[in-house]
Design a protein around this ligand. Sequence first.
Ligand code: NAP
Length: 298
Amino acid sequence: MSEAAIIDGKAFAEGLRGRVAEFASQFEARAGRKAGLAVVLVGEDPASQVYVRNKGKQTVACGMNSFEHKLAADTGEADLLALVEKLNADPAVDGILVQLPLPSHMNEQKVIATINPDKDVDGFHVVNVGRLATGLPGFVPCTPLGCVMLLKDRLGSLSGLDAVVIGRSNIVGKPMAQLLTAESCTVTVAHSRTKDLPEVVRRADIVVAAVGRPEMVKGDWIKPGATVIDVGINRVPAAEEGKTKLVGDVDFVSASQVAGAITPVPGGVGPMTIAVLLRNTLVAAHRNAGIVLDENAI
Ligand code: NAP
């Protein structure tokens, strides 16, 4: 059996950031200001600190303003909501991202609901969830939008293809299913109660795994030639004692013997998320400033 083509998300994300930078510079010339992304971090979770730092660096590298707001872990919810309201009203801020998870004394839904939907570049606000469901322009969560970009880059039209999405979370599985439906795929959403998951997956031309279980999807679940998108990021012990490594939700070694194309972990879906966040921020800037942008061109 021949080896699957590797879908290089790192390279695609680099290209996307390049297009964002180009359009960001045109935006600055036309609007007389830079596009801006505000990122709010509450507490000192090390993984969140790394994400926020990377988001800030990449935002600036693309020629946009990054506004970082770091709040202590014991900040009251009312103070966070007041900050979000301030950012909603700030014309220099086009996109607002509140890094999740929030400390347990805060209500995440309430915080997300306070973000102006037109600045909600993460696409988590119910207004944007509704817009996605009804086909209206809004903001789509970055990770699933990145997956669709990779799929279209690889396959062209997705129309008529059978897609199986494993996982039904609000941030990946559900929006992924909506996006694939909008691309005219026939979509099955599988989850922990799905009966005979391997058999369901075997029907798919496109498999999107967003489960959070290391290497769960095996090669003999995959239809020969299918395109496999592995969203999973799982840290597991490495062969070398005391070391760890990242693996996806798909058993890459066996699946790449059968699939037509597959995303690796790391280097597949992962790098797409921040690149799409920057793209969404630029789109928000154009919409907020009333400047027309061909959103399909980036
Ligand atoms: P989540 O909220 O925990 O959802 C996991 C989904 O998987 C649930 O719908 C669950 O079903 C389903 N599931 C669990 N065990 C299953 C099983 N044995 N068989 C079939 N389905 C099963 O996770 P998430 O936030 O969507 O994230 C999923 C993975 O993607 C994680 O590894 C995460 O780290 C990764 N991720 C990566 C990125 C990125 O690349 N930037 C972004 C987001 C997430 P039920 O609904 O029935 O419980």
